[in-house]
Design a protein around this ligand. Structure first.
Ligand SMILES: NC(=O)c1ccc[n+]([C@@H]2O[C@H](COP(=O)([O-])OP(=O)(O)OC[C@H]3O[C@@H](n4cnc5c(N)ncnc54)[C@H](O)[C@@H]3O)[C@@H](O)[C@H]2O)c1
Length: 146
């Protein structure tokens, strides 16, 4: 499977958005993007309203980025300028297995050491971590259920 086929198969699986507010249509937040992920990730972000969404953006136009802790504004601006339709990244926070994370800390890992790992190294220690998506154009995202 090519990289874009893998992404396509992920996008065909339902993605979710967790929100504090009731919504009919998703709009980009202050950082310029619409954040989507697995059901576990969306629920950890906001469990009040968890929406299933369909994405129609071109999966070949998603830029893979690294999760450096939540400030996406600059990366979103750069990716938009370069013509991308979205960002995909290994989420290092939402959806984390908390027991496993605390065990790693007890074993001598620190937040800094974990942050310094590549995505591959991070996923080796926390294999349950999954990709999240940031879609730029609200027309590419449709709420289909909850
Ligand atoms: N929300 C998720 O499901 C989700 C999934 C994966 C990762 N994340 C992570 O969470 C962070 C961003 O989270 P966020 O999604 O809360 O975005 P955000 O912090 O930019 O907040 C935007 C808020 O606006 C709300 N909103 C969307 N459309 C709206 C509309 N039409 N009217 C009124 N409000 C509307 C969203 O639900 C969200 O609460 C990122 O760091 C990302 O890594 C979130």
């Amino acid at each position: 499977m090519t990289k874009s086929e893998v992404l396509l198969s992920l996008l065909e699986d339902r993605l979710y958005h967790g929100s504090k507010v009731e919504l009919d249509q998703l709009q980009p937040g202050n950082d310029g993007g619409i954040h989507l992920g697995s059901k576990a990730q969306a629920s950890m972000r906001n469990s009040k309203h968890v929406y299933a969404v369909e994405v129609s953006a071109d999966v070949d136009r998603f830029k893979r980025e690294r999760d450096t802790g939540g400030d996406w504004k600059g990366k979103i601006q750069k990716a938009k300028k370069a013509g991308y339709e979205g960002i995909v990244y290994l989420n290092r926070y939402e959806g984390i297995d908390k027991d496993r994370y605390f065990k790693l800390l007890a074993d001598g890992w620190t937040g800094e050491k974990l942050d310094a790992l590549s995505d591959k190294g991070f996923k080796k220690l926390l294999p349950g971590m999954e990709d999240s998506y940031i879609v730029f154009n609200p027309k590419d995202v449709r709420i289909v259920g909850d």
